[in-house]
Design a binder for this molecule. Structure first.
Ligand SMILES: O=C(O)c1cc(=O)[nH]c(=O)n1[C@@H]1O[C@H](COP(=O)(O)O)[C@@H](O)[C@H]1O
Length: 289
């Protein structure tokens, strides 16, 4: 793909367009509200309208694979088309598929989402490290080789994430972590090792929900040391705004890419640009002010 690593490309896109990612989550209810059928044709019209309206205006798109997969193979073909359209519009795409499996299977997921020439490869992929961070190695290696990025789930925006992410480990090791560190802190420390020395940002980011309040401090998760982008879903529909972003990220806020799906998409095809512009201003003032 590009010889320029994802972290550098994302940092430049955030400087140019503001630190906002628009999630493309074509819920059945949104298709209905837009006057579209809940089928692959409606999905295609909806998603390409979003790319058409906002391509070149925001730092990144994040199509949520689940809403494409629920329409079967035709839906997956639409996801491929959306990724290609975003690329043509010059906007970075984070494919939100949250993949994670044993290493050999992870290799196949990596080829699907991170290999040059794969129709499902965007610029970055969300991945789950809960089979062990090392299980992600095939994705880490292929992303590095092709100039793509990863966003590793760390402190998610849902309330159920605590039971895993805040749990304390008994055999953690690595810089800044040891026995008794939380799982979230361990994941962040692993990403920090991969991003060491990268400028202006590494390409192995974390997912840290904008709704987490003081959880980074409470879990001992050092978000500044990660030296990678921090994808922050939860803005808008899940209740996070400027104050929540500031509380959740503090000194790490310059690395944050706020992400909003329903709150922008609910503005309908005609209100998309205004809603995205408002979300960009809010993200800028919370994270770059
Ligand atoms: O990885 C994600 O993007 C993600 C992680 C997380 O902790 N919470 C979270 O909401 N997300 C995704 O972000 C999007 C949130 O959508 P809205 O709540 O409509 O803005 C969905 O696609 C979620 O799957």
């Amino acid at each position: 793909m590009s010889a320029r690593p994802f972290g550098a490309r994302l940092a430049a896109a955030m400087d140019d367009h503001g630190p906002l990612c628009v999630g493309i989550d074509p819920h059945a209810s949104l298709l209905r509200d837009w006057g579209l059928p809940d089928d692959a044709d409606g999905l295609r019209t909806f998603s390409l309208r979003v790319v058409d309206a906002l391509g070149g205006r925001v730092a990144a798109f994040k199509p949520q694979a689940a809403f494409f997969e629920r329409h079967g193979s035709r839906g997956v073909a639409v996801l491929e088309e959306v990724i290609a359209a975003a690329r043509a519009a010059g906007t970075l795409t984070i494919v939100d598929a949250k993949r994670g499996d044993i290493g050999s299977t992870m290799g196949a997921y990596a080829e699907a989402f991170l290999a040059d020439g794969s129709p499902l490869a965007g610029d970055a992929l969300t991945v789950s490290p809960y089979l062990g961070f090392g299980s992600l190695d095939p994705a880490v290696e292929l992303a590095a080789a092709t100039g793509r990025g990863l966003f590793v789930l760390c402190l998610t925006s849902n309330k159920e994430g605590h039971e895993v992410q805040h749990a304390r480990t008994t055999d953690a090791s690595g810089p800044g972590v040891g026995d008794g560190s939380t799982v979230a802190a361990l994941m962040a420390a692993r990403a920090a090792v991969l991003n060491a020395g990268a400028e202006p940002l590494g390409s192995v980011g974390l997912v840290v929900g904008a709704t987490i309040g003081g959880a980074a401090t409470a879990t001992g998760t050092d978000l500044v040391a990660v030296n990678g982008p921090l994808l922050a879903p939860g803005v808008g529909a899940q209740g996070a705004g400027e104050r929540e972003l500031a509380t959740a990220f503090g000194a790490a806020r310059r690395a944050v890419l706020a992400s909003s799906s329903r709150a922008v998409l609910a503005a309908g095809p005609d209100g998309l640009v205004a809603a995205a512009d408002a979300a960009v201003s809010e993200a800028r003032s919370a994270l770059r002010g």
